[in-house]
Ligand binder design. Sequence first.
Ligand code: FES
Length: 273
Amino acid sequence: MAGTGVFSPGRAQIAARTLRRDRWWLQPLITVVVLLSFSVYATIRAFSNTAYVQEKSHLLSPFYSPCLTDKCKPGSADFGTIGNWWPVAPAVLVLVVPLGFRFTCYYYRKAYYRSFWQSPPACAVAEPHAKYTGETRFPLIGQNVHRYFFYLGLGLNVILTWDAIHSFKQEAGLAHAHGGAGWGHMGLGSLILTANACLLWAYSMSCHSCRHAMGGRLNHFSKHPIRYWAWTQVSKLNTRHMQIAWVSLFGVALTDLYVSLVASGHFADPRFF
Ligand code: FES
C-alpha cells in the first residue's frame, strides 16, 4: 500500500526527519512539562480532600466547587449534596467537567497532539506515525463532545462566580476586627477568586464552540444582527484563545494553592476592609 502523509509517493523523499536547525522541540517540551505538572498537582489536590475551604472568609477552592457529597466540609456545599454514596473525594465528581472541557478544547488538542503524540511535533518535522486517521475514528472522534462540555462549563462558571461574590461576605466571628458582619468586605482571597472567575469566563467566551453557538449555521448575518454582534465580539476573544487557555489554567491552580495555604493555616488571608 502506498504511504500517506509525508510518506506519499508524490512527496520529496528526504531521509532526515527534519532539516530544521532551530530549537523546534522547545515548545512541545514546555507544553509537556506544564501539562504534566498541572495534571500531577490537580490529581494530588483532588484526592487529598483537605484544605479546600476557609469558612470564615468564604474561600472555596475551584477544584472542589460545588462540593456535592455529605462528606463536604462546612461552608463548601452551598448548592446541596447528593448523599454519601460517592466513594472518593468530592473534587473528583466535579473535576470531570473542567478536565473534559480542557481535554477536548481545540487549542489544547493541537498542543498535546504535537507534544505528546508528535503528530506532528512541529512544522516541517515528520511525525513518527505512518498512518493518520485524525479525529474520524474511535477514540478521537469522541473529541466532538467538546460542545457539550462547553455548556456544562458555563454552569460551573456561574457557580465559581457565586463563590467569588460570596467571598465578599464576612462571618460574624470576624465582625469586631473588620467593622461588622455581612456583605461588602474584601480580602486578597476575594480578589483572587474574582480574577479566577473572570479568566474562566474569558476562556469559555473565547471557545470555538461558543463562536459557533453565536454565529454558526447562519446564512445571512444581516437577518440576525444580535447574533452577528455577539459572534463579532466572541471572534475577537477567540483570536486570543491560546493565551487565555494558558493564563486561566495557571489561574485555577494558583487559586487552589492560595485557598489551600489559607485553609491549612499557613497564610492569613489579608482583609482590606
Ligand atoms: Fe478551547 Fe472550546 S476551543 S475551550
